[in-house]
Design a protein around this ligand. Structure first.
Ligand code: SF4
Length: 336
């Protein structure tokens, strides 16, 4: 019998309430980005966004729901005007003190953080900074017109030194990011101490510079199979590091209608995790066949793949429904 630890994906201890701040504080306009399309919300006055947050939090508390984690997403949080940052932090601190939220997180660009900024976030009760590194490869950052190079590693270090949990957002399939570059990006993020990786497979969204490049034949998006295999490879082998994975896109109709459908799928995360688990078992089985397998109960939803798409691959290892048991715990046990 062989066994290995299988941790991902982990669920956050408390539900996350996203607060989208589209393009707020953005110093650049990256070629793939269309935040109004991505969030389904147009420009909204800043005070209205925060008013709505307050209303949602009070309603949750009145309904007896557990305090969530607030997540300031979209835009570049730490490059917003000082007044807007302060208003967000004051709201978050107030909500923490009254038990309306358990903590908060924000996403920002690697070139928009420094020690005083991160200290201010931590002191306000921030638990996690998600750095939109997108890639650690300077050539890719240039191709995507991110407007900086080489900042991501230093920013990761600063976030860790500030005592914050570090999330790293990567954009597999972005211009300049091949499957090989993506795997290097995952390794780099883990070397920098990432506690969580969020993958946003690059979408070709209507109205972006990327869509124009694609139509002109200058950009070739990844297809679904390349995307699934690459992301599975990115997740594979890192379970023992207790890293959490998250998937950037919530595919609502307003988004799917406005993007090229190459690597868009509502069950992308489950399909990736199913492949990553299959990959790990294949490696442990060392080309042999198995008599049986125990898998953690929380894999049950995705183990056979979307609509059973991986059943044939599992059968090739000797495993069908009768040979697989789903059990409590975080170990996969292989009976060889
Ligand atoms: S990717 Fe980030 S920095 Fe670039 S335009 Fe979009 S929100 Fe702004």
């Amino acid at each position: 019998m062989k066994k290995f630890y299988w941790s991902a994906p982990r669920r956050s201890a408390c539900p996350i309430i996203p607060v989208f701040l589209p393009f707020h504080g953005c110093p650049a306009h990256c070629v793939y980005c269309a935040q109004y399309t991505q969030t389904g919300q147009g420009p909204i006055p800043f005070p209205d966004i925060l008013d709505k947050v307050g209303t949602v939090l009070r309603a949750r508390a009145l309904a007896g729901l557990p305090p969530p984690e607030l997540a300031f997403y979209g835009g570049t949080f730490t490059s917003m005007p000082e007044k807007e940052q302060r208003q967000c932090l004051d709201l978050a601190t107030y909500a923490i003190q009254r038990g309306l939220i358990c903590s908060f997180r924000c996403s920002t660009r690697p070139d928009s953080v420094d020690v005083p900024t991160l200290t201010r976030l931590r002191d306000a009760g921030c638990s996690t900074v998600e750095l939109g590194a997108q890639s650690f490869a300077d050539a890719a950052l240039t191709a995507a017109r991110r407007g900086y190079g080489g900042a991501a590693a230093a920013a990761c270090n600063l976030a860790k030194q500030a005592g914050l949990n570090l999330g790293v957002q990567l954009l597999p399939g972005m211009p300049g990011v091949s499957p090989e570059v993506f795997i290097c990006d995952v390794s780099a993020a883990l070397r920098m101490g990432a506690d969580m990786l969020r993958f946003y497979p690059c979408l070709v969204l209507a109205g972006t510079e990327l869509a124009r490049e694609w139509r002109a034949g200058g950009y070739r998006p990844w297809g679904m199979e390349v995307c699934l295999a690459s992301l599975a490879q990115g997740c594979h082998g890192h379970g023992a590091q207790n890293v959490g994975y998250a998937w950037g896109w919530h595919l609502k109709p307003f988004l799917t209608e406005r993007c090229w459908p190459g690597s868009v799928h509502p069950a992308l995360g489950e399909r990736v995790m199913a492949r990553a688990l299959l990959m790990a078992v294949r490696q442990e089985a060392d080309r042999g066949r198995l008599f049986a397998l125990d898998a953690p109960l929380r894999c049950q939803g995705y183990f056979w793949g979307h609509r059973g798409e991986l059943r044939a691959a599992w059968a090739a290892l000797g495993l069908g429904s009768d040979e697989v048991r789903f059990v409590e715990g975080e170990e996969v046990r292989l009976y060889l």
